[in-house]
Every structure is written in C-alpha cells, then in structure tokens.
Design a protein around this ligand. Sequence first.
Ligand code: ATP
Length: 372
Amino acid sequence: MAEIRLENIVKRYGNVVAVKDFNLVVDDQEFVVFLGPSGCGKTTTLRIIAGLEHPEEGNILIDGQRVNDLSPADRDIAFVFQFYALYPHLSVYDNIAFPLKAVKVEKSEIDYQVKRVAEILQITEFLSRKPGVLSGGEMQRVALGRAMVRQPKVYLLDEPMANLDAKLRIDTRAEIKRLQHEIGATTIFVTHDQVEAMSLADRIAVIHQGVLQQIGTPNEVYNKPKSLFVAGFMGSPTMNLLDVACTTNNGDLVLKLNHTDIQIDLSQQQQSILNGSESTSDFVLGIRPEHLTASMEEVGRKLPALVHLIEPLGAVNILDLRLGNHQDTNEPILLRVRTHPTFNVDIGDRIWLDFDEKQLHLFNKNTEQALW
Ligand code: ATP
C-alpha cells in the first residue's frame, strides 16, 4: 500500500507544456480520479507516475521514496491502458495468470485468483480462448483482469472502460469500486466522463490545459467549484453561466443581468464577500439547472422566461429557455432548467423561474475564480 506524492511536475513536448507545475498527494488506499477534457494532460501525468515518461522538473515519491530514477518494473505499479496490450499467443487464462507466473506463485493459488477475477469480469467462458477472437470490450476486461490478479502498491487505470458497452461499464464500475475497497490499493483512474468520476472517486482531480484546477470530493467539486472551468465542466446539463454586473439598489449590492433589466438580490453575507473582493464590475453568475424551479405563475421573486426547446429524458425534462419577456431580442440569454415530466409546457410558453440564493455561484470574470 502506498502514498503517491507529485511535487512541481513539469512535462514538455517541444512547445507544448503537457503538465504544468503539478502538485498532488494521493493518500494510501485512496481512489483518485483524474478528470478533464481530451488533451488536458491526464495520461501524461499517469505515465509519469508509472515511469513511462520522464518529467523535465519535479519529484515523484511513492511512500516517501523518490522514484524518478526507478524503472517502471521497480515501482510495483499495475497499469491498465486505454488500449489493451494482450499476448496474442496465450489463452485468456494464461494472459491473466501471467503476472503471477512471473513471480512464481503456486499453481493452485494462480488458479483460484484467475477464476475469481474471471467471474467478477464475466469472462469465465472465454478463459480457454485466444485474445484474437474476442471483442474489444472482452479484451479490455481481460486486461483489467490481468491487473486485478496482482496485488501491487498502486493501480493506474487509463480509461479502462472505454471499450465497454453502457451496461457493462456500469457493472464493471461498481466492481472496480468494490474491489478497490476490498484490496485497499492506492488507485488513480483516468477518465473524461464526469459521471464515472463522480461515482468512483474518493477525490476528483479536475485538470485543464496541464493545470490541476481543483482536487476534492465529488461533492466538493460539484457543489463548490473553485473556478469557471470546473463549474462549466461538472454536471449534465452543465451549470447556467450568465454575465452580470454588480450595482447598487437602495444601498444594497445587487447583480444585474447584462442586456436585461433583471436584478438579483443578494444575502448580506454575499454582499460582504463582494464588498471585500478585488474591485471589478464584471462577474459570471452560475446556477445549476436543478436549482431553478419553474412555474406557470408569477409569484414572489421570479424571472420571466420563454420555452425554446423541450428535451424529455424520461425521469426529468430539460427545458431550454430564453430569459426575459420577448422572443425577438438580439442577444437572447439562454438557460436550462430541469423539470418534472408532469410540468406541462409547450414551445413558446411563458414561464417563471425562482431560485434559492444559497444555490448561486459567482465568479470573477477576469480571474475566472469563484467568490462563493
Ligand atoms: P485524452 O483524454 O485524449 O487521452 P489526455 O488528457 O490524456 O487526453 P495527454 O495524452 O496527456 O492528454 O496529452 C497532453 C498534451 O500533450 C496534448 O496536447 C498532447 O497532444 C501532448 N502530447 C502527449 N504525448 C505527446 C507526445 N508523445 N509527443 C508530443 N505531444 C504529446
């Protein structure tokens, strides 16, 4: 079991800085997910930990020992790649058994371990076949099985479920989580799928352009995004982000939606944070679609909106709305709200939106950092 410590890691490929001054501690037995869009540096960081890439700067420590100069084989890490690398001449059984045979584990123990992981991954019936006759998803499961029979210090998994169909992905996800808890191995899992990240991780490391944007529990990164990038990346549909300006109304600080006369009142606490913030008048207001409530009546503090599109998803509907009273404005403000399917509306209907001010997020437009 192991703690992984990355200190000021920098990796360049020519002019591209793939990893920028990356600092992270993954605790012993922790399950951390690297999450970010394609090309953000997830795989490169993982390969640096494995010893398959060498950083220009920084230290990699496993259990306090600097491993920069150790070969991949000496780091006691099991790595599962996005693209499975199986031995084509060996059966599925022998592929999975390979790491145990290499360290001369007893035959009966090998047999027990291979059959155990084969059952978990639902590949028992393929054990005698060669990889060449398997589908992509089946080969991926064999590659996972080969990592799972070992008991290394660290598991590094790079999109290991990319080739599985939707149902198997969800089943395998649950198995990986259960197994990781059982074995207690420190694990880093790479994905660009935020649902996968939320469901698996003890903590999620959100990465963008080689920079670690935020590290926190799934709850923290979803409910307390530190930057506009994290706010916009987490959630499906994503958070509504609206340009606002800060202004005063009867001595109170309020937010005014750009291109409208809509004002949003703030709590005393929110006003004092704004008062103490670096002086700027441009902000971005964030609110998640599930934190807006839609109704047909104008009661209390409500924003008018027109229904632009309806996306029925079964358990919920997503309504695309144009904020304001008129459909013909030049710069429509679009936002999305999640509604119950029994909320009956048609395209073009006028509805009213309400929200809890505690669910609002505010970002400085220049620094892109969250104020709350
Ligand atoms: P994906 O989800 O698409 O796998 P990623 O987040 O894992 O993406 P990386 O593969 O780590 O991203 O790549 C980070 C950046 O480094 C990208 O701009 C990529 O083009 C670049 N890069 C990665 N490997 C090399 C290489 N061997 N030579 C040159 N550039 C590279």
